[in-house]
Design a protein. Structure first.
Length: 475
């Protein structure tokens, strides 16, 4: 057995990619391990989206270099691989700066990882220090060459249906690191959905950098949009919930919007980044939509699915953003009413047009605006959660909570819900809860249960279980 340790940075796409790397390396005898020091192969699956992402990767490589030296002193060979978006963007630079790195592989070529690992292993046996780099963009090849996902016996699973982006927002590195948009064929997506359901998944999240730009071909070669893909995926035996992320406002077409009305499995939750409420800033960002377009889309979504929870992304302090522009963002937020949101200060991404703009804003201005925006978003999130108190909702239980009788799951609206499985008066204390009854609690994980919400906080809900549904349990 060879031990594989993967450190995953960033988004759900990377979590999915890391799992697929485990799949492609399994035939070489690699098994996942949580112990970096004992690893034979150590992979950093990197993300380039957040500020200082690159420096974080180099600092982690520095720590792993020490583990590699220790392994070498013990007569063991450890290979270090840098994968993902930083690998794509900085390939040669990584090899120059970090001598401990053996392989650099981009997001579009990790299906070639087994061959690269075998070559590097063989080279080390011969005493060669040769290092390997593969950051091509043979996009159409990647999904064809990957083995079937193994599935991980979890009630929720990710399924990548689309990669890359052609939008070229002026602040974003994705089109440069992940390449142009490609969509997987419909039959492949449906086969993987069935496979994940057979492994115990009740909920799948369809992933893509620009997921609602999906346009995969069906069996007859016809282009299929995300709305119709969801309609077909909803018929997968065992799948009870479908989510998708991340969407672009321009690609919210009528078919997708009506899927929220027509398909019960399509959850009433949508992450739809707007970034700014100012049309001037949206234009400078090359977002190709206005605030009015965005608001009209939200109206249509709410007409189709009145209780849909809207989530968003915001960048404050984009180059040239004026006080008025920022006020327009606050107005848009007030008008939409977000259930949750992610907001960041603008930070330069080397190689992107906005990074070259001369009208960069001072940090204190960005920080002050971000604080104001987050105060409003936090208020809205709390209001949204508080409106759930007294309601009954289906919760998919995913893991054990902090307390002995507590399990944690997600509501249809993506809220974390801490569920007390039995009435408080029947609940044994943590001390008296023996292993057998703990196992009984855990057996509820992977079920969808009816929960009454009894209280709400800014980040989660608390509820009590009304009844356990006869829903399937994850294998
Ligand atoms: S649409 Fe999203 S992924 Fe594409 S360039 Fe814009 S921010 Fe990046």
């Amino acid at each position: 057995m060879r031990r594989l340790f993967i450190k995953t940075y960033g988004c759900q796409m990377n979590v999915y990619d890391s799992e697929r790397m485990e799949d492609v390396l399994a035939p070489l005898g690699f098994e996942s391990s949580d112990d970096a020091a004992a690893a034979d192969l150590l992979i950093l699956n990197t993300c380039h989206i957040r500020e200082k992402a690159v420096e974080k990767v180099y600092s982690d490589i520095g720590r792993y270099r020490i583990l590699k030296e220790q392994a070498s002193a013990e007569g063991r060979q450890m290979l270090i691989v840098v994968a993902g978006c930083v690998a794509q963007a900085e390939a040669e630079e990584i090899l120059n700066r970090a001598k401990a790195v053996d392989i650099v592989v981009g997001p579009q070529t990790y299906h070639r990882l087994p061959a690269l690992v075998e070559q590097a292993t063989e080279a080390r046996r011969r005493g060669s220090r040769q290092r390997y780099i593969d950051t091509e963009f043979p996009a159409s090849e990647k999904f064809d060459r990957l083995p079937a996902a193994t599935g991980r016996s979890a009630p929720t699973a990710f399924l990548t249906i689309q990669e890359g982006c052609d939008k070229f927002c002026t602040f974003c590195v994705v089109p440069y690191t992940r390449g142009m948009e490609i969509s997987r064929p419909v039959v492949d997506v449906l086969a993987e959905a069935q496979h994940l359901a057979d492994q115990g998944a009740l909920e799948i999240t369809l992933l893509g950098q620009n997921v609602n730009a999906y346009h995969g071909r069906d069996e007859r070669g016809r282009e299929t949009g995300l709305g119709d893909l969801i309609r077909r995926a909803a018929k997968t035996d065992g799948i009870e919930r479908i989510r998708y992320t991340t969407s672009h406002p321009r690609d919210m077409d009528e078919s997708l919007i009506s899927a929220h009305r027509e398909v019960p499995e399509c959850m009433p939750y949508l992450h739809l980044p707007v970034q700014s409420g100012s049309d001037r800033v949206l234009k400078a960002m090359n977002r190709r939509h206005t605030s009015g377009d965005y608001l009209r889309t939200i109206d249509k979504l709410r007409a189709a699915c009145p209780d849909i929870a809207i989530s968003g992304d915001f960048i404050v302090g984009f180059p040239g953003e004026s006080d008025q522009d920022f006020e327009a963002t606050l107005e848009l937020v007030s008008e939409v009413g977000y259930a949750q949101a992610y907001s960041f200060k603008y930070s330069r991404r080397p190689g992107t047009p906005a990074a070259e703009a001369e009208n960069q804003l001072p940090e204190p201005v960005k920080a002050e605006r971000l604080a104001r925006l987050q105060e409003l978003l936090n208020q809205q999130q709390l209001q949204f959660n508080e409106a759930s108190v007294g309601r009954r909702m289906k919760v998919l239980l995913e893991r054990r909570g902090k307390h002995a009788d507590q399990l944690v799951g997600r509501s249809p609206h993506m809220q974390a819900v801490h569920v007390q499985v039995r009435p408080r008066e029947e609940t044994p204390s943590a001390e008296t809860l023996d292993d057998l009854s703990q196992a009984a609690y855990s057996s509820h994980i992977g079920k969808i249960v009816e929960v009454e919400i009894v209280s709400a906080g800014p980040n989660s809900l608390k509820g009590r279980c009304i009844e356990l549904s006869p829903a399937r349990t994850a294998a």
